[in-house]
Design a protein around this ligand. Structure first.
Ligand SMILES: C[S@@+](CC[C@H](N)C(=O)[O-])C[C@H]1O[C@@H](n2cnc3c(N)ncnc32)[C@H](O)[C@@H]1O
Length: 268
């Protein structure tokens, strides 16, 4: 994973692959929404909404008395989100670090599902400060993000394969945090922390191509983007071989760890 994340590598194919293949993000996103206690009538902002699957789900929860705004910097993904037409769901191109399109104290809930680990330190700080600004007093923020103390099980395997080839040894996602760093970041950006915990998910993949498809679409083209086509082929072959050791009757079994954080702004 390149440490500098580019927003220019997305393609219609990657965006569509994310729409059809992002059940993992959708399923843990539903857990995040449950932890936030999102309810009927609330006004909610989904930051980094991708193709809008979770935003559409939340629009059903808040109902006609509530509303959801879903923003994402990738126009191709926003185009797909826009097709999920609902009276109470609005979509727009936008970035977490700049919520100037939204008034102060205008949302009950802001969430970022699998988004924060794509932002560097400065972007994270701006994103959370902006979220604090647009939340009503007592409003809630929730996010799921990659854990640095317990990385994805694919990380060390991928790092070794890349290092063996003399390439920069990168993990699957670039800007992970620890639980302590999440707490500190939330406090620094004006939040009162409710819960910060690591949750572990078990994934099964049929083969290396399913894993690479998910990594490619989930990273909007950034995964292994520093490699030539030939190098990518070699990495694919070596990863496929390594991952056979992880095969079970259900498929290649890998654990994924995410930090789930819930916090709120001070009340009136
Ligand atoms: C793995 S996807 C998650 C999408 C969606 N939240 C979901 O649960 O399916 C990561 C998303 O983060 C978005 N993203 C990357 N940089 C961002 C930024 N600076 N501000 C907001 N979103 C960003 C990407 O465009 C992408 O759609």
């Amino acid at each position: 994973m390149t440490t500098t994340i580019r927003l220019t590598l997305d393609t219609p194919e990657l965006a569509q692959a994310y729409e059809t293949g992002s059940h993992r993000q959708f399923n843990h996103g539903k857990l995040l929404i449950a932890a936030l206690g999102v309810r009927r009538g609330q006004r909610v902002l989904d930051v980094g909404a991708g193709t809008g699957r979770l935003a559409a789900y939340v629009a059903e929860i808040v109902g006609s008395e509530g509303s959801v705004v879903a923003i994402d910097p990738l126009p191709l993904r926003v185009d797909i989100a826009r097709q999920k037409t609902r009276d109470n769901l609005a979509t727009a191109v936008g970035r977490a670090e700049d919520l100037s399109a939204f008034a102060a104290h205008s949302f009950d809930v802001v969430y970022l599902n699998s988004v924060l680990h794509w932002l560097d330190e400065g972007q994270k700080e701006r994103a959370l400060s902006e979220a604090a600004r647009v939340l009503k007093p007592g409003g809630k923020i929730g996010f799921s993000t990659g854990s640095r103390e317990k990385p994805h099980q694919l990380d060390p395997i991928q790092r070794k394969v890349l290092a063996d080839l003399g390439k920069e040894a990168q993990g699957t996602i670039p800007h992970k945090l620890t639980v302590d760093e999440v707490r500190e970041l939330l406090q620094r950006t004006g939040f009162i922390v409710d819960t910060v915990e690591i949750r572990t998910f078990v994934d099964h993949a049929a083969d290396i191509d399913e894993i690479l498809r998910q990594s490619g679409s989930g990273s909007f083209g950034n995964h292994l983007s520093h490699l030539s086509l030939d190098e990518k082929r070699e990495v694919r072959a070596r990863l496929a071989k390594e991952l056979e050791a992880w095969r079970t009757p259900q498929g290649i079994r890998l654990e994924r760890n995410l930090i789930f954080a819930i916090a709120h702004t001070a009340g009136n």
